[in-house]
Ligand binder design. Structure first.
Ligand SMILES: [Zn+2]
Length: 489
């Protein structure tokens, strides 16, 4: 009797493990070999619609990728539809419904490049594309992308147009949903880079959501399958970013596409790319997106998500906003002849250049007070340090070029955050030199208060230790310079 049972049990366990191992192995392989698959010609996250059109041209002759026109935006920009595979399970995916959320579009290009690099001779791709058909819209909101803004040309958040369906971009999404009736769908976004995983200090690098389809947040089979797939993706990505996966708020939003897709019978997975220290162009987040997409498509193709428990999904902590780019703890501040101990939360906000294809930083004081329940990407314990206002360098410069040709580190090391310049004919409001520039005679005392640019000095018993220029620290002793750019006042 025993001899008869053992082989049966062994085979069952091996089969089950085989399915699970395959997903882990696949993610690891994608991670290790990513440089082979990455679509190298797109590195700047603020690429334009025409950059995407140029990129897609490279796949025109592909045997696996079918490119067509899905329609046109309000301003007449072409929105592409990419069809891949011939299987009976339809899957939809779209990115950049919000124009300034481009991480997943870059990951989709990596996916197309992966298909081309591995090509149809790869058993994985062959098997996968026999079972699924993908309908992908990379960049649903090209007009927003052109301005690098969230909303479309009419200033509408397309993710609140799922009921009225007034705008061409929303109509395209709905039309393809009706035509293909996707069993699964992927709604691809970027979220704040400063969310944490629950109450932890860890930044939410990827956040998932299986959206609710009613206010009661009921779980039907459609939503349960979203949860199971997310459980699997969470296990896959946890290997690379342990503790950095969160859940987006599951409050029902009747006007949003994700929530309506679930209502319309599609198991939708929302992927939000969040933050990672100093990953300004989001290249690491893009890589994680790529792994989530490929392993997600593979899981749907071989139905391995069905073996997952929704408990993993349910136990993912929610997004919380508990991070600053720079947190200064225990700073001594003097106000009205009294001294207080406060923390300063500083954010280095990205501001678009006028052509929208680049950005600079504007560092602002976001909060002051007891911030002991918050964290910083960068933190400094300022115990014993007193904050004082920023200073302007006493020598006046002729123009921007003369500043550029000067050794600024000496000026910074002497505690100056500003330089006066006689003529400033810059088209942008920032200086590549790590110091703030201001027209001669225009300098005024810089208040240390919420909403103001973060420019100040930190002193110990009257001796200068650090200066802050545009929200970035400069260590006077080591001359360690974190300043990305100054501002032009
Ligand atoms: Zn978004």
């Amino acid at each position: 009797m025993i001899n008869l049972f053992v082989p049966y049990i062994t085979i069952f366990i091996l089969t089950l493990q085989g399915g699970l191992l395959a997903q882990n192995n696949l993610s690891q392989k994608l991670y290790d070999n990513y440089s082979k698959f990455k679509f190298e010609s797109l590195e700047n996250k603020r690429f334009s619609h025409s950059d995407l059109m140029t990129a897609l041209k490279q796949f025109e002759k592909s045997k696996l990728i079918e490119i067509s026109t899905a329609g046109y935006s309000v301003e007449g920009r072409e929105i592409k539809l990419i069809k891949i595979g011939s299987g009976k399970t339809n899957i939809m995916a779209w990115s950049q419904m919000h124009g300034d959320e481009s991480t997943a579009t870059m990951a989709l290009l990596d996916f197309f490049n992966f298909l081309e690099t591995e090509n149809e001779s790869s058993p994985l791709i062959k098997e996968m594309l026999k079972k699924i058909t993908l309908y992908i819209i990379p960049m649903l909101n090209p007009d927003g992308t052109e301005r690098f803004t969230r909303r479309n040309e009419i200033d509408i958040d397309l993710n609140r147009d799922a009921l009225r369906l007034q705008f061409p971009e929303s109509k395209i999404l709905k039309k393809i949903q009706e035509e293909t009736n996707p069993k699964f769908s992927f709604n691809l976004h970027d979220q704040s880079t400063r969310y944490t995983v629950g109450n932890s200090y860890k930044v939410a690098t990827i956040s998932f959501l299986a959206p609710a389809f009613n206010y009661e947040k009921d779980i039907n089979e459609v939503r349960e399958n979203s949860m199971k797939l997310i459980s699997q993706l969470t296990k896959n990505l946890e290997e690379f970013i342990p503790g950095h996966i969160a859940k987006y708020s599951d409050e029902f939003e009747p006007r949003a596409f994700g929530d309506n897709f679930v209502k319309w019978g599609s198991s939708l997975v929302l992927i939000e790319s969040g933050g990672w220290k100093n990953n300004y162009e989001k290249s690491f987040l893009r890589k994680l997106n790529f792994i989530a997409l490929v392993s997600g498509f593979e899981s749907i193709a071989n139905e391995s998500y069905k073996n997952e428990s929704i408990d993993i999904y349910n136990n993912i902590p929610e997004n919380q906003k508990r991070l600053f780019d720079l947190l200064l703890r225990n700073v001594t501040i003097e106000k009205n002849n009294q001294t207080y101990i406060v923390d300063l939360g500083i954010n280095q906000n990205e501001v678009s250049t006028s052509d929208k294809r680049n950005f600079y930083f504007s560092g602002e004081i976001d909060d002051i007070g007891d911030l002991s329940t918050f964290y910083g990407f960068e933190e400094l314990d300022c115990n014993g340090l007193t904050i004082d206002t920023a200073l302007v360098y006493p020598t006046i410069f002729e123009n921007y070029n003369s500043v550029k040709n000067f050794d600024i580190s000496k000026i910074l090391a002497n505690g100056y955050s500003f330089i006066e310049v006689d003529s400033l004919n810059l088209t942008e409001r920032f200086s590549e030199v790590p110091i703030n520039l201001i027209l001669t005679g225009k300098f005024k005392k810089q208040n240390i208060s919420i909403g103001k640019n973060a420019n100040f000095r930190l002193l110990k018993d009257g001796v200068l230790k650090f200066i802050c220029v545009n929200g970035f620290l400069f260590d006077v002793n080591s001359e360690k310079n974190n300043i990305q750019n100054g501002l032009v006042y």
